[in-house]
Design a protein around this ligand. Structure first.
Ligand SMILES: [Zn+2]
Length: 422
């Protein structure tokens, strides 16, 4: 591949030139090295960030290609800055066996051979039914990166314990969607003042924190790590902080929507803001922001959940849960950088280095020899979220029509340009 120079860029607010050699980072410096034959790329004053890693997406293939497929999902990932995504198992058929895992990986190779890359998450239980464990060893051998019953949380504590033990024997991590499905019942939004006002059935935040507590207690008892998906409320954070204080091996993620929006978004029965766990109170949002800043929450993931327009046009109680997140996540998180909730370094930790470390994926820290996986971000570029500007087939986001600031202009993986808006 040879030598490449990305000039006219900023790394950690310092201007300079990135030198890439044979797909790996060689050096970042002030001066352009004198190298004959190097390919020169003009970064046009953009900021250099490592390629992002999203540990929670739904790509809908196989089975729900009318919502999204692996090709369109990866196109949205590429344009949103994500070089690697962990894809959940609630496809049809469910990813609970090697043939589905291999199918997903082959779709990835066909549409995006140079990345972004899908890392399938195997179903923890057969058909996600929560009754019988999947063949986790088969799933790992086929290429799964982690296991989860996301969407259909395991209620049987003994079965969940065995799942953790089995995964740990394989040196794999279990991701838990924390929800007591009995407490959540058929609720459709956060339980509280607004659900009462709108006459909608609520989901108490305790439905989440109760399961968070179970997972922490099992992780402590077994001394086996567990990763908690899409955390949304203050009480869960208090439990996680307690666990981390005791060195219990627990990690956690949240999503841009829990950091930016509260239950008021659901006013007017806005189905685009219907998501599970539901958007919580303003106080929960404040707690979430503090938690990502202080490291109580390790990762920002999207929980990218694309749906077709006609599905979100249903009445609120019947519309499916989920927000399409890959296109907008980075731009939304840059709002948190501009209001000083987070530094750019925190954002890199939350969206690239921590997810890579926790899930054993390659990370670019811009050190010599790191994979040259990076994005060029124009911090001032304004764009409007609309069905045309979104690359995902799922247009379901409550920021539809809004103008956002900051956008990925180019994306490189292994030193190869896989996406450009220039
Ligand atoms: Zn989930």
């Amino acid at each position: 591949m040879g030598l490449m120079m990305i000039r006219n860029v900023f790394l950690n607010h310092k201007p300079g030139v990135l030198v890439v050699e044979d797909g790996k980072v060689s050096n970042f410096g002030r001066q352009e090295p004198e190298e004959a034959g190097a390919m020169v790329y003009d970064g046009r004053g953009c900021h250099l960030l490592p390629s992002l890693i999203d540990v929670h997406v739904h790509l809908r293939e196989p089975g729900f290609e009318y919502k999204e497929n692996i090709k369109t999902g990866l196109e949205a990932a590429a344009g949103g800055g994500f070089g690697r995504v962990l894809a959940m198992a609630n496809t049809s058929p469910v990813n609970d066996n090697a043939s589905v895992t291999r199918f997903m990986l082959s779709r990835n190779r066909e549409s995006h051979p140079h990345g972004p890359f899908v890392h399938p998450v195997g179903a923890l239980t057969r058909n996600l039914e929560g009754r019988e464990l999947s063949d986790l060893s088969e799933l790992k051998d086929a290429g799964c990166q982690a296991f989860s019953n996301d969407g259909m949380p395991v209620q049987d504590n003994e079965l969940f314990r065995r799942a953790m033990e089995y995964a740990s024997d394989l040196d794999m991590l279990v991701i838990d969607h924390c929800e007591d499905t009995y407490l959540a019942g058929d609720g459709v939004m956060n339980e509280g003042r607004i659900s009462g006002y709108l006459g909608l059935k609520g989901i108490p935040s305790t439905a989440e924190s109760l399961q968070v507590a179970r997972d922490i207690l099992l992780a402590a008892y077994l001394d086996i790590p567990v990763h908690l998906a899409h955390i949304s409320c203050r009480q869960s954070l208090e439990l996680i902080a307690w666990a981390k204080g005791k060195s219990i091996p627990v990690t956690a993620e949240t999503c841009p929507h829990y950091l930016l929006w509260d239950e008021e978004m659901v006013q007017d029965y806005n189905t685009l803001a219907k998501v599970n766990p539901p958007l919580r109170t303003g106080d929960d949002v404040l707690a979430m922001r503090q938690a990502v800043r202080e490291g109580v929450v390790d990762i920002i993931a999207t929980d990218h959940a694309p749906h077709a327009g006609f599905e979100k046009d249903e009445p609120f109680a019947r519309a499916p849960n989920g927000i399409s997140g890959l296109d907008t996540a980075l731009s939304l998180c840059l709002e948190l950088v501009r209001d000083n909730t987070l530094g750019l370094k925190d954002l890199v930790r939350l969206m690239s280095s921590s997810p890579g470390r926790i899930f054993g994926l390659p990370v670019n820290s811009f050190q010599k020899g790191d994979p040259a996986d990076f994005i060029l971000v124009d911090m001032d570029h304004e764009w409007q979220v609309n069905p045309e500007s979104m690359l995902s087939r799922g247009k379901n986001t409550p920021c539809q029509g809004r103008r956002l600031r900051g956008r990925v202009m180019a994306h490189f993986i292994g030193g190869k340009e896989i996406f450009s808006r220039f």
